[in-house]
Design a protein around this ligand. Structure first.
Ligand SMILES: Nc1ncnc2c1ncn2[C@@H]1O[C@H](COP(=O)(O)OP(=O)(O)O)[C@@H](O)[C@H]1O
Ligand SMILES: O=C(O)C1=C[C@@H](OP(=O)(O)O)[C@@H](O)[C@H](O)C1
Ligand SMILES: [Mg+2]
Length: 167
């Protein structure tokens, strides 16, 4: 399979979906939000899948769906929890550049007022701060490129991503 794809990773609400679709337009690439593929595969909303099968069950579905993505010249925006999915991340490292959209905990916290209601994979009793700290290590492990968006407007983030990609 081609290795000319762009894959966004980062915390929920950091902008993977919003930024991803604009980057795809700017580059003339296709765009896939794999959360939509998961909902189609299961016939349910993400938050209902998480409620029905729990965090581990959701991660199994997320791993399977993301590991099966066939793409070429495509911007792919998975959900923030994809970094727990080993098969999916191995696949993404093979088919493209992994871009970590990075923002401070304060930025994420201010955008994510109702993490459970939004369907974030949080374990019982786990705080958003604990989740953030746990995931940062995984984002850094998988990132080929990191783009920091603190204090940037959406338009600035898009230009920063294009710069970092050398476009
Ligand atoms: N600098 C920025 N970069 C990216 N998104 C931003 C920025 N500032 C505000 N936002 C907003 O944050 C939200 C990101 O949501 P979304 O794209 O669904 O994130 P994700 O797919 O990572 O969960 C959007 O409402 C977007 O308009
Ligand atoms: O980070 C998470 O635990 C999740 C993020 C969501 O996607 P976004 O990162 O696009 O919000 C979605 O996949 C699911 O609700 C779980
Ligand atoms: Mg998204």
């Amino acid at each position: 399979m081609a290795d000319n794809n762009i894959i966004f990773i980062g915390m929920p609400a950091v902008g993977k979906s919003t930024v991803g679709v604009v980057i795809a337009k700017r580059l003339g690439y296709r765009f896939v939000d794999t959360d939509i593929l998961i909902q189609e595969s299961e016939g349910k909303l993400l938050k209902d899948i998480i409620a029905d099968v729990g965090p581990d069950g959701f991660l199994k579905v997320e791993d399977r769906v993301n590991a099966q993505v066939k793409a070429e010249r495509t911007v792919i925006s998975p959900g923030g929890s994809v970094v727990y999915c080993e098969n999916a991340m191995k696949h993404y490292k093979e088919i493209g550049k992994v871009v970590y959209l990075q923002a401070s905990f304060e930025t994420i916290n201010s955008r994510l007022k109702n993490a459970k209601g939004r369907g974030v994979v949080l374990r019982d009793g786990q705080t958003l701060k604990a989740l953030y700290d746990e995931r940062v290590k995984l984002f850094e492990k998988y990132a080929d490129i990191t783009v920091c968006e603190d204090n940037q407007k959406l338009e600035d983030t898009i230009e920063s991503v294009l710069d970092a990609l050398g476009e």
